[in-house]
Design a protein around this ligand. Structure first.
Ligand code: PLP
Length: 399
């Protein structure tokens, strides 16, 4: 019998660095060692009761037992449009400028199939969430990585970006608040990017999955920037905002031709998000005035706890403006993976190596603040005992 061969596009994906860590974690756990996992951005907190109640009610309604539509329920899209206007001051046509997604990852991963042809290029951030590049590769197009540097607050340098543009460049992906760096973008950044993209005839794909996960200033939507509205698709998620990663629900908002292209693609691939989940998720939007501040208070406490410990150890680390990650430097001279391996072997604390997010992530590690506060505290105590950053490294502390 002939051997099954994976498609070239699947083979073209970069090596999955985390598989090795998962193997080590399983090995340690089966040997009875305590593992303190701060490597995965998956909220430990429960989905709020208002969403669960609406879900239970909607699940019992037979109208929600049938196929949904690919674009999403009109009522759910209308509720999202109303929230978007309240939150961001941008008015959207729910019929043409909003589509419900089966999690923002689904939309981000599928968008290149709706927007790019083989040979086209998409600019993707490095370090960055891997799905921008994976979706681009699946579309037969080429991801071109642009660097995010700490010295620029992990915002793209538009002069560097300009040099990466070729006649085949079609789309630029941006992500703020940012995974993995925790950087936020000021509203003015989106205006500069839109102007830059308009001059070059490029389309913007803005990943705003963490728009409600901020510490001080609420992020603006890219769609509010002058000149952005007609060339931007923005991806939003209920996962992080409402602790509902397992429910798979998000939405895309933006330029009608971009939304409509994505919906046309989805109509051929999936049949939309389950209706009860759509109704439950949008019920959450009405609770954000109280739920949002409470959620952010939990992460702020964890962030400050972790920053305090790491800085005391001499780890150079920026204060994140949003998302629920800390992005710190590994001790000078040590590779990210070596550091993460050493920390895991000595303490059982599982960090994420920065190079898992791209070459520019080398020299960094990531902590996800999505584990219970007492476990995070325990993980930090273990790190403290290890004291991995020598005093020589502390001298370069970058706040
Ligand atoms: C930057 C970023 N975008 C999008 C997603 C996908 O979120 P979801 O598909 O749960 O909406 C994630 C998940 O970790 C993320 O970190």
């Amino acid at each position: 019998m002939s051997e099954f061969r994976r498609s070239q596009r699947l083979q073209a994906l970069p090596r999955y660095l985390f598989a090795e860590l998962e193997r080590r974690r399983a090995e340690a756990e089966s040997a009875g060692r305590e593992v303190l996992d701060v490597s995965i951005g998956d909220p430990d907190l429960p989905t709020p009761p208002a969403i669960l109640d609406r879900m239970a009610e909607a699940a019992r309604d037979p109208r929600n037992h049938r196929y949904p539509t690919s674009a999403g329920m009109p009522d759910a899209r209308a509720a999202i449009a109303a929230w978007f206007e309240r939150r961001f001051g941008v008015s959207l046509d729910p019929k043409r400028e909003i589509a419900i997604l089966i999690g923002s990852k689904e939309g981000i991963g599928h968008f290149p199939l709706a927007a790019l042809d083989p040979g086209d290029e998409a600019l993707v951030p490095d370090p960055g969430y891997p799905v921008y590049a994976a979706g681009t590769v699946f579309a037969g197009a080429t991801p071109v990585r642009y660097p995010l540097h700490e010295t620029d607050g992990f915002l793209p340098d538009l002069a560097v970006l300009s040099r990466l543009v070729t006649p085949r460049t079609r789309v630029v992906f941006v992500n703020y608040p940012n995974n993995p760096t925790g950087a936020s973008a000021p509203a003015a950044f989106h205006g500069r990017l839109a102007e830059w993209a308009a001059k070059r005839g490029l389309w913007i794909a803005s990943d705003a999955a963490y728009s409600e996960m901020y510490y001080e200033e609420a992020p603006a939507t890219a769609l509010a920037a002058p000149g952005a509205r007609d060339r931007t698709i923005e991806f939003h998620s209920f996962s992080k905002t409402f602790n509902m990663t397992g429910w798979r629900i998000g939405f895309a908002a933006g330029a009608a031709p971009m939304i409509e292209a994505l919906v046309a693609l989805k109509a051929n691939l999936d049949s939309g998000a389950p209706q009860a989940i759509q109704l439950a998720a949008v019920a959450g939007l009405a609770t954000l005035d109280t739920h949002g501040p409470a959620l952010r208070a939990v992460y702020r406490e964890r962030r400050d706890l972790a920053l305090d410990t790491l800085r005391r150890l001499g780890c150079p680390i920026r204060t994140p403006g949003g998302a629920f990650y800390l992005w710190g430097r590994v001790p000078a001279g040590e590779a990210s993976m070596d550091f993460v391996t050493r920390v895991f072997e000595k303490t059982g604390v599982l960090l994420t190596p920065g190079n898992g997010f791209g070459d520019e992530g080398e020299g960094y590690f990531r902590i996800a603040l999505t584990c219970p506060t007492d476990r995070l505290r325990r993980a930090l105590e273990k790190l403290e005992a290890l004291a991995p950053w020598t005093s020589a490294h502390a001298a370069g502390s970058a706040r």
